[in-house]
Design a protein around this ligand. Sequence first.
Ligand code: AHG
Ligand code: MN
Ligand code: MN
Length: 339
Amino acid sequence: MMVNRNVRTLDEFTIQQMRDFPNATGELSNLLRDIGLAAKRVNVEVNKAGLVDILGDADMVNIQGEDVKKLDVYANNQFMGVLKHGISCAGIGSEEIDDFIAFDDPVSNNSKYVVMFDPLDGSGNIDVNVSIGTIFAVYRRVTPKGAPVTREDFLQAGIRQVAAGYIVYGSSTMMVYATRRGVNGFTLDPSIGEFSLSHPDIRCPDFGRIYSVNHGNFFRYEKPVQAYIDHCQRKDKHNGGPYTQRYIGSMVSDLHRNLIKGGIFMYPGTTDKPGGKLRLMYECNPFAFIVEVAGGRATDGTQRILDIVPTGLHQRSPLFIGSRGMMDEMDGFLGNDPD
Ligand code: AHG
Ligand code: MN
Ligand code: MN
């Protein structure tokens, strides 16, 4: 089969971006390529999940008290490994690790970035062959180089992200990442084993027809959230409704679809979990960054996600995210001034 050499690979694209900035050190490009490599390794295991004895719980619970699947552990080790052995990352925070890790070796102590990630998102879906993902957020360290990174380097507001992205292990495997310059999507081409630029300059449509929420929790949501969901289900001369409800239960897949097609995704607080379920640092913030760069919005119901000043690596936040027009409409129901 002929390979189309006009398609740029992830490596070619990141190098090209670097060439456009003569002062760039290439550290971010390196870091993104390291993440791409780990993603390819995880992808191989995800593809084999139904075949090999990797299914099932690893007889552990993570610090959130949730079951850890073996692939979560594998993915965590792959992403941590490439970042530790690379030259761009001084330390990491992960859903699967209690505290942040400062790599603390001479090269890492002089590296510019810290990375926070959810190594495998939607892992409850592994056993049933439904798309899962990885989410990552990249920050520039705030403490001086030359020493191990500290808590201060990790607990930065989302607005300070330098880059953020996700991998979706789906009907094809894709890596999508954002910098302030734009959002670009790369599809893994199995014939050459490379991510190839397939979705340049992704923009989130201002309006869509999809709303994504766990309806089972409906009676645990606050009344204004219920009122908005109710609105999504009605035909209304303004909204052209009813909207279509889609909820996979892997936020990576739900948000990837909504980013491309337009839509709104909600994980509100509930009566039993008023702070919601999703983790600010490696679920809400990276997606808020990606969606904002693509033209959309993200809030916790009252304030912009990216403005939240974090107090803990694993803190949770309600999340409302998606197309700008739909977010504005929802704000009307929540009693917020539309943007
Ligand atoms: P994780 O597998 O990393 O714990 O994340 C699962 C998350 C998210 O991906 C998804 O949108 C949400 O949990 C689904 O939660 P509910 O089953 O409560 O709707
Ligand atoms: Mn997750
Ligand atoms: Mn996870």
